[in-house]
Write a protein that binds this ligand. Structure first.
Ligand SMILES: Cc1ncc(COP(=O)(O)O)c(C=O)c1O
Length: 417
């Protein structure tokens, strides 16, 4: 447990009383020793994306909430920890006895597997086939059992990840589904940790304005957007609903993939898409897509999501996953859009210096290293430097490796990367 005693802002490099010993800036060091990995959940930084903003021709501040730096690798660690700790308090989970089962797109599962291994529960994760091999391997490495289900099964059909979890829960003694789709701890975890962290970072920053003007997040269960929005509303408008609804004191935008029906409040066509973790074919109980907590929705496509994930890697050195690409691309496209507000956000936000736009980066590319979309984009094309190196070294054995990599993407959006 970290000590409460205040730490000095700098320490001598060596514990020697040498007058010439250099000092180390400890401002952003972690205090004390955490008692276990669960204590390392959250506590993620805000990072300004100045190069991306310039690349996009935006005057506002683009600011990333880098939640893939949470100890389990995603924003979903927060809810897994909160759901397990609350269930223990409620007597729903009994260490050494309970079996935690959860249908998930993987990241909630990883958070739960971590919590389960630390607190003494067995863990079973059900997830559709489309979710990455990396997630399955990570889950198994922490001791969880993983059951894959067909992608095309609707949420309420026999064989879906949700139905299989329910069937197992009914049959296995002491089994519990904490259920991220209905569990109040899901939005509450973001209200109590994600938003306060964002607010604290903004308040203690050097930015001239100390408010969040726009918040962008992809929606899956909707826990992130509902929880952060509630905290943002209370902090920036108090109980003044009219002020909040105007969007002048914080504007919240949800990102939903084409093929999902969250943005349309359950209406419209359902189809497949590659990005993992966002969108659904039903409205989870923790999400109210038409509540004033979400001012606006935008739809995202796979192509532009992966294009912007790659931009984050290349321009900002931030190793984000696909859904972070969805949030980033949606933010950039909307902030550049000159159509009347709220169809476009250029006039009101994108063109304005000192406006703070916070974008949640939910997980990292290390969840997707084996996926075509990542391998293609990261290995395709030759830079000027590579050509120069080729001229110096001539043909090498290594070239054979290059030929074995996936072929380049062929859509127009992707060619522009
Ligand atoms: C990678 C990724 N991005 C975004 C989300 C969406 O978060 P939420 O369920 O809070 O809406 C998830 C949820 O699992 C996710 O795994």
């Amino acid at each position: 447990m970290p000590s409460d005693s205040s730490s000095p802002a700098s320490l001598p490099l060596a514990n020697l009383s040498m007058s010439s010993s250099p000092t180390v800036d400890t401002t952003n060091f972690s205090r004390g020793v955490l008692s276990d990995a669960l204590e390392g959940v959250g506590h993620t930084p805000l990072v300004q994306l100045s190069t991306l903003a310039k690349d996009q021709g935006l005057a506002c501040n683009l600011i990333a909430k880098v939640d893939f730096l949470s100890v389990g690798g995603s924003t979903k660690d927060r809810i897994a920890k909160a759901m397990v700790l609350q269930a223990e308090k409620d007597g729903v989970l009994i260490p050494g006895k309970s079996v935690v089962i959860e249908p998930t797109s993987g990241n909630t599962g990883i958070g739960l597997a971590m919590a389960c291994t630390l607190r003494g529960y067995q863990c079973i994760i059900t997830m559709p086939v489309k979710m990455s091999l990396e997630k399955e391997a990570t889950l198994r490495s922490m001791g969880a059992e993983v059951i894959r289900t067909p992608n095309e099964k609707a949420w309420n059909e026999v064989g879906s990840h949700i139905e299989v979890a329910e069937r197992l829960c009914a049959a296995i003694p002491h089994a519990v589904i904490l259920n991220q789709y209905t569990n109040r701890q899901n939005p509450l975890a973001h209200y109590l940790t994600t938003w306060p962290e964002i607010n604290y970072s903004i308040q203690t920053s050097d930015l001239p304005r100390k408010t969040v003007d726009v918040f962008f997040a992809g929606a899956g269960t909707g826990g992130t957007i509902m929880g952060v929005s509630r905290g943002m509303k209370e902090a920036q408008t108090g109980t003044d609903d009219a002020a909040w609804n105007s969007g002048d004191h914080g504007f919240v935008v949800g990102v939903d993939p084409v093929g999902s029906i969250l943005a349309q409040n359950g209406e419209g066509d359902i189809s497949g898409y590659e990005v993992e973790g966002i969108g659904y074919d039903f409205i989870p109980e923790v999400l109210n897509p038409i509540s004033p907590q979400i001012h606006h929705w935008v739809k995202s496509t796979d192509a532009i999501s992966f294009e912007y994930a790659r931009k984050a890697h290349k321009l900002e050195g931030l190793l984000v996953g696909g859904s972070s690409g969805s949030a980033l691309s949606s933010a950039c496209v909307w902030l550049k859009d000159t159509r009347p507000f709220p169809l476009g956000g250029y006039e009101r936000f994108g063109s304005k210096k000192d406006v703070n736009v916070v974008i949640l980066l939910a997980d990292g590319v290390r969840n997707y290293l084996s996926k075509e979309w990542f391998l293609q984009r990261s290995t395709w094309g030759k830079s000027d430097l590579a050509t120069q190196i080729g001229e110096i070294l001539g043909p090498r054995d290594g070239e054979k490796v290059e030929k074995a990599l996936p072929s380049p993407p062929d859509s127009d959006a992707e060619k522009a990367v």
